[in-house]
Design a protein around this ligand. Structure first.
Ligand SMILES: C[S@@+](CC[C@H](N)C(=O)[O-])C[C@H]1O[C@@H](n2cnc3c(N)ncnc32)[C@H](O)[C@@H]1O
Length: 320
């Protein structure tokens, strides 16, 4: 297991969570505020205060200085309440599970890369909108380590803005870029759905792969408004591999859904057997079928049906 000496916390979530409260220090101030304190984060204040009781002083201070006066008073009152080590541990487990994916993107981007580099999109997705990419300015928001960004380059985009908040994932994207023809056509930078670092009407296509959801912190109404703002009239917004749960929300917002058929079952093809096992144990820890499948077949390839995931064969689009 890639968890070092840390205790793995098993909760209702599918993953095994190796993170500890001090790991929150990996976030920059803006992200710390977004994921812990903003309204969009939706973290109960009591959980946050309890979690921070035995956190490193520096981390506590970084959170405290972003509090409003009222929150400071509330925090002081909560700190007067007696609590046990179990109360603190429980609060931390709740908080760290809520932040598992953010911590993964920021703290262990290489392992996240192991997970996603084997998740190949349906081969017909990009050909479907090739004409929306060729010679066009494209935004890939929540670009991660570049899964969709590099496809846009391959399909002849004249410029791709790869916008991604996690510095670790951006570094992986930039590392791949350094050995790639056409690298000058990619602009990699930090940014969020709700506050895109682009001018009005600056791209022909705004796309997002496995990142935009209807949740306010991961897109939502504010994120969609931003995608519309930066897209030129007549351009498109395309969301690749949206969450099944968001289909009604997206259709209400006039997105057209496209589901591509599969002749054969789709597989995640990990880089190696060892990588498959490591990802199974971290990201699918509670689905014992996954590790069993990898171990019994000594296989680096796992069907989406075993992972219990909908395969990446859908996208939806909206004309701006
Ligand atoms: C599941 S990953 C997908 C990454 C990449 N698009 C891919 O297909 O591999 C979700 C990505 O969205 C980014 N993200 C999370 N919240 C975001 C926000 N509010 N604005 C922009 N990106 C965000 C994460 O840092 C992460 O890289």
């Amino acid at each position: 297991m890639a968890s070092g000496s840390k205790v793995l916390i098993q909760t209702g979530a599918l993953f095994a969570n190796p993170f500890q409260i001090g790991d929150l220090a990996v976030f920059d101030d803006e992200t710390l505020w977004r994921v812990c304190l903003s309204e969009r984060a939706n973290i109960p204040f009591e959980i946050l205060v309890l979690s921070l009781r035995n956190a490193p002083d520096m981390l506590r201070w970084r959170v405290q200085r972003r509090l409003t006066r009222q929150q400071r008073l509330h925090m002081r009152a909560l700190q007067q309440h007696p609590c046990t080590d179990e109360d603190i541990e429980h609060a931390q487990r709740v908080l760290l599970d809520r932040l598992f994916w953010e911590l993964t993107y920021w703290k262990t981007p290489e392992l996240y890369e192991e997970l996603t580099q084997g998740e190949h999109l349906h081969p017909s997705i990009f050909p479907q909108f090739a004409q929306d990419i060729r010679g066009k300015d494209v935004l890939d928001i929540g670009a991660g380590s570049g899964r969709a960004t590099f496809e846009c380059l391959r399909y002849g985009a004249s410029r791709v803005y790869a916008v991604e908040p996690s510095p670790g994932l951006r570094r992986i994207l930039e590392r791949k870029l350094s050995s790639m023809a056409g690298a000058a056509r990619i602009v990699s930078c930090s940014g969020y759905f709700e506050d895109l670092p682009l001018e009005d009407e600056s791209v022909d296509l705004a796309l997002s792969c496995s990142a935009f959801t209807s949740f306010p912190g991961q897109g939502g109404e504010a994120g969609l408004a931003e995608l519309k703002r930066v897209t030129r009239p007549g351009g498109k917004i395309i969301l690749i591999w949206p969450r099944i749960e968001d289909r009604a929300w997206l259709e209400e917002h006039k997105f057209v859904y496209v589901s591509l058929s599969n002749q054969r079952e789709m597989y995640v093809r990990f880089r190696s057997y060892e990588a498959a096992l490591e990802c199974a144990r971290r990201f699918y820890a509670r689905n014992h079928e996954v590790a069993r499948y990898v171990l019994t077949r000594q296989s680096a390839e796992v069907p989406f049906s075993i992972l219990g995931m909908h395969p990446p064969c859908e996208y939806c689009w909206l004309q701006v």
